[in-house]
Design a protein around this ligand. Structure first.
Ligand SMILES: CC(C)(COP(=O)(O)OP(=O)(O)OC[C@H]1O[C@@H](n2cnc3c(N)ncnc32)[C@H](O)[C@@H]1OP(=O)(O)O)[C@@H](O)C(=O)NCCC(=O)NCCS
Length: 377
């Protein structure tokens, strides 16, 4: 049975919209993690067979196959190609899946999965500025009508369906900030972060926030429960993960750190949009033969607080094991980069704590989700 190993994982610190990374070009962010990945693993860069990079807003400075641009910007060999993919917020988690599948199928031995998003220069929605008079095709409108499809509405629909009050969500957000603050202070992320532009730590955490402060923020929509405090932040960052076959490990003297145990991807209701991690987790568990309690650490993207809360409720996962060092509410969510960032966090947390199994899952636009189980080796 072929194996796919994670032999390296690195990320930038996650910057805030107006912070230290606001003027760094996305190709340079991507180049930085790719170069660091090659240096840290000791891999021969010319042996990399493909660079698969997740990026959601593929326009402006992120257009024209940024996987390729970032690799070349890093000074790495022109003989190595790159491809940019869009599975919405899970794009770089999908990049990890494609890379692992290339290795597991025996058609490739060494593949890099990466992600990038510079949300200060290429804001959310930047890719939908053309053809605004032409929003829905007949097939879509016939099936779903002309109703609003957005993550903000999806988050409200989830909170309503699972019965979360604004305070429930704010308590979750508070915990995320406190965990993140503690992890940053203790240096838990230092091994996985490649400092850039004078920034060595994640910028977004507000460990001194309080329930009172959060309760004073305005609602994103009247009658709802979602505020800026219970949403993931607009961020800037990049991530890169190297996946190797047994043969590549031996040939290039690489160090396997975890093996890809199980991959799953599912679709769910596109109007609710954000519920996908629930069926994706169920599918991954059933494929793996593992039970929810066998997993030592979960990384579940905190796109909005109702997502991890409803996920934990329905899957029975323990919240203490979920995003133990804070999530995107506190640390930010640079869309295309987040999949690789969560995997980097998951791997390092398993290593720090001696855990065996880790599971990562993320909600994605269109009502989709990837779930990945890794086993530390
Ligand atoms: C929710 C959102 C619209 C808010 O944007 P914003 O208004 O620019 O956000 P800010 O960070 O400036 O926060 C707004 C205010 O809340 C305050 N605030 C936010 N979180 C806070 C917290 N935890 N404690 C105290 N204050 C907080 C900010 O300080 C700011 O206050 P100010 O206006 O006095 O400066 C934006 O973060 C967003 O779009 N998030 C979701 C991203 C997304 O959809 N990603 C894809 C997932 S599916």
């Amino acid at each position: 049975m072929a194996e796919a190993y994670i032999v390296g994982a690195v990320r930038t610190p996650v910057g805030t919209r107006k912070g230290a990374l606001k003027d760094v070009h996305p190709a340079d962010l991507g180049a930085h993690v790719l170069k660091e990945l090659v240096d840290r693993t000791g891999a021969d860069p010319s042996a990399v067979e493909d660079v698969i990079m997740g990026c959601v807003m593929q326009v402006g400075p992120q257009a024209l196959d940024i996987a390729r641009t970032a690799w070349l910007s890093a000074g790495l060999p022109e003989s190595v190609p790159g491809v940019t993919i869009d599975r919405q917020c899970g794009s770089s988690q999908q990049a990890i899946h494609f890379a692992a599948q290339g290795v597991l199928s025996g058609t490739q031995d060494l593949v890099v999965a990466a992600g990038v998003e510079q949300m200060a220069k290429v804001p959310m929605g930047a890719s939908i500025v053309q053809g605004l008079d032409f929003p829905y095709g007949e097939g879509w409108a016939g099936r779903y009508g002309m109703q609003e499809i957005s993550q903000f509405r999806g988050a409200e629909l989830m909170a309503e369906k699972w019965g979360y009050t604004r305070e429930d969500l704010e308590r979750f957000a508070l915990e995320s900030h406190q965990r993140a603050g503690k992890a940053i202070e203790a240096g838990y992320f230092d091994r996985e972060i490649a400092p850039i532009a004078g920034l060595a730590k994640d910028e977004g955490a507000r460990p001194d926030t309080t329930l009172e402060k959060m309760a004073g923020l305005k609602l994103l929509r009247e009658g709802g429960v979602i505020t800026a405090a219970v949403a993931s932040q607009i961020s800037i960052g990049a991530s890169a993960v190297m996946i190797a076959s047994e043969d590549a490990v031996n040939r290039y003297g690489l160090t396997p750190r975890a093996r890809i145990h199980t991959l799953a991807v599912t679709g769910s209701d596109p109007v609710y949009m954000l519920t996908g991690p629930i069926p994706a987790t169920e599918k991954a568990l059933s494929r793996s033969g593992l039970k929810i309690n066998d997993i030592d650490v979960f990384e579940v993207n905190e796109a909005f607080a109702p997502v991890p809360l409803a996920w934990a409720h329905d899957t029975g996962a323990a919240l203490e094991k979920t995003n133990p060092n804070g999530g995107a509410i506190a640390l930010g969510h640079p869309l295309g980069a987040t999949g690789g960032i969560l995997m980097t966090k998951l791997l390092h947390e398993l290593e720090r704590t001696g855990g065996r199994y880790g599971l990562q899952t993320m909600c994605e636009g269109g009502g989709q989700a990837n779930a990945t189980i890794i086993e530390r080796v």
